[in-house]
Design a protein around this ligand. Sequence first.
Ligand code: S3P
Length: 446
Amino acid sequence: MNDVRPLTARAEGPLAGTAPIPGDKSVSHRALIFGAMAVGETVITGLLEGEDVLDTAKAMRALGAEVTRDADGTWHVFGVGTGGFSEPETVIDCGNSGTGCRLIMGAVATHGFATTFTGDASLRSRPMGRILDPLAAFGTRAAGRSGGRLPLTLIGTGDPVPVEYTLPVASAQVKSAVLLAGLAAPGQTVVVEPEATRDHTERMLRGFGAAVEVAEAQDGRVITLTGQPELTPCRVAVPRDPSSAAFPVVAALLVPGSEVTVPGVSRNPTRDGLYTTLVEMGADITFENEREEGGEPVADLRVRGSSLRGVEVPPERAASMIDEYPILSVVASFAEGRTVMRGVGELRVKESDRIAAMEAGLNANGVTTSSTEDSFTVEGRGGDGVEGGAMVATHLDHRIAMSFLVMSLATRNPVTIDDARPVATSFPNFEPLMTTLGADFRGGTP
Ligand code: S3P
C-alpha cells in the first residue's frame, strides 16, 4: 500500500444528482468463485472492481481457473469444474477480505492439497475458527496462528464426507464456506441457519445448476445441497451494492435540501434492514421501478434531505444490515432522540471492532454513546447539530472510513479520517461519485 492518506469532506450546499453505485461485493466474490468451479466460460457484467474482489480473482487464477477482463469491464471466467482446482504454487493473499478468504477456504477444503492463506493486518487479526470447525467435519485439517488466525495452512481432503452443520453465529460467510466445501463432497451437505443471512450463495448455486433445497423448519432455514454437481457456466449480471448505496443515501438524508437518485440497487430482503430502519426513522426515500435484474430484486432509490428520529433496531434485523451499522450510527447522531442497536456483537469481529471504532470517532466529534458486548446506543443530537472537528482512526476499515466522511458533510466542523486508502476495497470510485453529487474532498494533515 502507498502512504497513509488523511482525508476530509464537506458539502457547501444540498447534494443533487444520480449516484450509480458499483456492483455488489458479496455477489461479485461468488460469481468469480462459482465461475471458477463451473465447466466452461462464465461471463460477468457489473463486477465490483474493488481490491477485495480483485484479490479473489487472483486467487481463482492461482487455483487453475483462467480469469480475464475486457476493456469494457466484462469479466470472463473459464472454470475447471467441481473438484478441479489445482494446488496453488504460493500463498493466497486475500488482502482485507474476510469474505474472499472464508469462501475460498470452503472451496479448497474438499480438494486433496494444501493451501496457505494470508491477508493484511486487519484480516490477520480476524477469527477463522468459525470456518475451520465445520470444515474439519469434512475431513479438512488446518494449522494457523493462535486463535485460528492467518497466516494459516488448510490441508484439504481428497476424500470428503458430507456434513450437516447448524450455524452457531448468523454468518453468510460460514454458511457459504460449508456449501462450497459440500460441492466436492458426495451426498447431501446440510446447513441449518437459525437466523436468515444473505442468500446469494443459494441463489447463485441454483443459477449454476446445482440442486439446492431450502426449507423453513422450527429451528430455522434448512439448506440442502446435493454434492458433486456439474456446475454449468452462466451469465451473471451483478446488481448494485446496497451496502455501498448506503453512503450516498445517508449523505442525501443528512444534508438539508438534497435530492439524490441511486439507481438499480439490490433490494434482496436478506440485505434490506438499513432501508427499513431509515424509513422508520422518518427518512424520505421512495423505491421506484421495482424489478428483477440478474436474479435479484432491484429498485431505483430517490432520497431527499430529512429530519430523523431515533429508533430501537431489533436484534432479528441485525443479519440483514450487518455492514450498515457504522453508517446507521452516523444517521443516529443527527436524529432527534436515542437510537439503540441490539444483537450486534458480530460487529466486534469485522474489518475492525466496529462498535469500538464508531464509539471513539463519534465521541471525539461530540456525540454521546454507550455500548455492551452486543449492543450500541447513540444519543442523537437532533436540532443541536453535531460539532465535528476531530480526527478519526479508521483501523483499515473501509466502512468506518466512508461513514465518517459522510458524517463530515453535515457536521459544524470538518471531520478528518486518518486514512482513506481502505475505501478502495469495496467502493473504488467513492470520492469521484460523491464529488459529482456536490461533496468536496480535501487531504487532511496526518
Ligand atoms: C458477507 C457476509 C457478512 C458481511 C460481509 C459479506 C458475505 O459477513 O459482513 O461483508 O458476502 O457473505 P458474516 O457472514 O461474517 O456476517
